[in-house]
Write a protein that binds this ligand. Structure first.
Ligand SMILES: *Cc1c(COP(=O)(O)O)cnc(C)c1O
Length: 457
């Protein structure tokens, strides 16, 4: 079908055409027999708008990618200017200014010691790069027996087979198990599971003992431990104390195992600091970045690593130590430009500081939900706030997943002009940083009503 003039397009007809030809991510397409697909015409600031002018507050930053709003004037201007110069060029043997400047700035911004930047084009690819680099590093250093990876229970690192293998959210993983490499899984430091009266820090330390034991036992065959620092986002916004990361860094060094920090979701200020690792005062051996990297504009990812790792690959070509990994769109100039404009906003508008006030406001508004008879926990880490609802508040027995109560909240929120996308029985907010107090009030109110609706039987 040819393009129809925009003023003649309607959300419902576009959705109907979509359902004839498209297949959406993370979706049982049959759900759309009853669940309307939302067709968006434009975005502005924290808001999305459909063809009839109905607006939705993007409380989940369009899957955790948007930082400074849709159609951000500064990012738009930077992209327009770059479009006239260079859209793309092969990144092997060639380079360009946006990539060089971006790498320079990432080296300066990320924790000390991360002096090398390898670019890829999405989060899962960054995780694959870090895993392959770690394994390959040990091989180049004469330790080819270090072939395994350790992960935390309830972690998520993406959907490609390597990234899926090192994750442990069963919903995404169980089916594909026959295709996945075997990894070691340590119990999670997730504070939700601490004993009554136990501090998050004490629980993290108690859980670290299991990690330490596994490291001691398996160090010889382990290439790396991969973690999501501070918040296991896809695992239901479960949070843990930074002392776990401090201990893990120290133990990884002691046992000769790499530490991979997957900050694809939590990087760029989500947890209250530019990178979550800062709260533990650590530098990992590999830092994976994506999502917010381009402010939510274009797919791009970066793996930051150390000079020690880089040096292990630097040799005569015929010694076959080079990292021969590539993606066609590596270092795409438009994506790098969006990232540079995003970092420029961080440097000039100081959102990390204003976010402190916003996060405090959001926390204070959402705190009321703790008293709800079906809410087991309201937890927050910087600009991420999650509300977990349960069948039984005292025992914390969850509602069976088959009841899909989160979906009731999703529908309710859309009807009321807010995009909330609960993960199972966890409603969360991860708004763009330009969100204001009125918008936060709306988010919390719609979530509160949604939880009431989903738990009232
Ligand atoms: C989203 C996410 C990924 C995967 O990134 P994609 O760009 O979706 O492939 C990996 N790790 C974490 C922690 C994520 O949240």
């Amino acid at each position: 079908m040819n393009a129809i003039p925009e003023n003649q397009l309607h959300s419902a007809s576009l959705a109907a055409r979509d359902l004839r030809v498209l297949w959406h991510p993370c979706t049982q397409m049959k759900d759309h027999e009853t669940l309307p697909l939302v067709a968006i015409r434009r975005g502005s600031g924290a808001w999305l708008e459909d063809f009839e002018g109905k607006r939705y507050l993007d409380a989940v930053s369009s899957w955790w990618v948007n930082l400074f709003g849709h159609a951000n004037p500064r990012i738009n201007a930077a992209l327009s200017a770059q479009l006239d110069k260079l859209e793309h060029v092969i990144f092997a043997g060639f380079t360009h200014e946006p990539a060089v400047r971006l790498a320079e700035q990432l080296v300066a911004l990320t924790p000390p010691g991360l002096t090398r930047c390898f670019l890829a084009d999405n989060g899962s690819a960054a995780v694959e790069v870090a895993l392959k680099m770690s394994f390959h590093y040990w091989r180049n250093r004469g330790l080819p027996q270090k072939t395994r990876f350790m992960t935390l229970q309830n972690s998520y690192h993406g959907e490609t087979l390597g990234a899926l293998a090192v994750g442990s959210v069963e919903l995404y993983k169980t089916l594909y198990k026959p295709l996945l490499m075997d990894v070691l899984t340590a119990p999670s430091p997730d504070s939700y599971n601490r004993e009554p009266g136990e501090s998050c820090e004490a629980y993290a330390l108690r859980q670290f003992a299991h990690m330490e034991r596994l490291l001691a036992e398996h160090a010889a065959e382990l290439a790396a431990v991969i973690v999501e620092p501070l918040v296991q986002c896809a695992g239901g916004m479960r949070m843990y104390h930074p002392v776990y990361l401090t201990r893990l860094r120290e133990a990884c060094t002691r046992y000769g195992v790499h530490m991979i920090a997957d900050e694809i979701a939590v990087g760029f200020g989500r947890t209250g600091t530019m990178f979550a690792c800062e709260q533990a005062s650590i530098s990992p051996d590999f830092l994976c970045l994506s999502k917010g990297l381009t402010g939510g504009y274009l797919p791009l990812s970066a793996v930051m690593t150390t000079e020690d790792v880089y040096a292990a690959f630097y040799d005569e070509y015929t010694n076959l130590t080079a990292f021969l990994h590539s993606h066609s769109y590596t270092g795409n100039p438009l994506a790098c430009t969006a990232a540079l404009a995003t970092l420029d906003i961080f440097a000039t508008e100081r959102p990390i500081e204003s976010n402190r006030i916003k996060a405090a406001y959001l926390g204070q508004r959402a705190r009321q939900l703790e008293d709800h008879p079906h809410v087991s926990e309201v937890r927050q880490c910087g600009m991420i706030l999650a509300v977990e609802f349960v069948k039984d508040k005292r025992s914390r027995e969850p509602y069976p997943w088959t009841e899909r109560r989160g979906q009731l909240i999703y529908r309710h929120s859309l009807q009321n002009g807010v995009l909330l996308r609960p993960i199972g029985n966890v409603v969360y907010f991860m708004p763009p940083y330009i969100v204001d107090e009125t918008e936060m009030d709306l988010m919390v109110q719609v979530a509160a009503d949604g939880i009431e609706l989903a738990t009232c039987d």
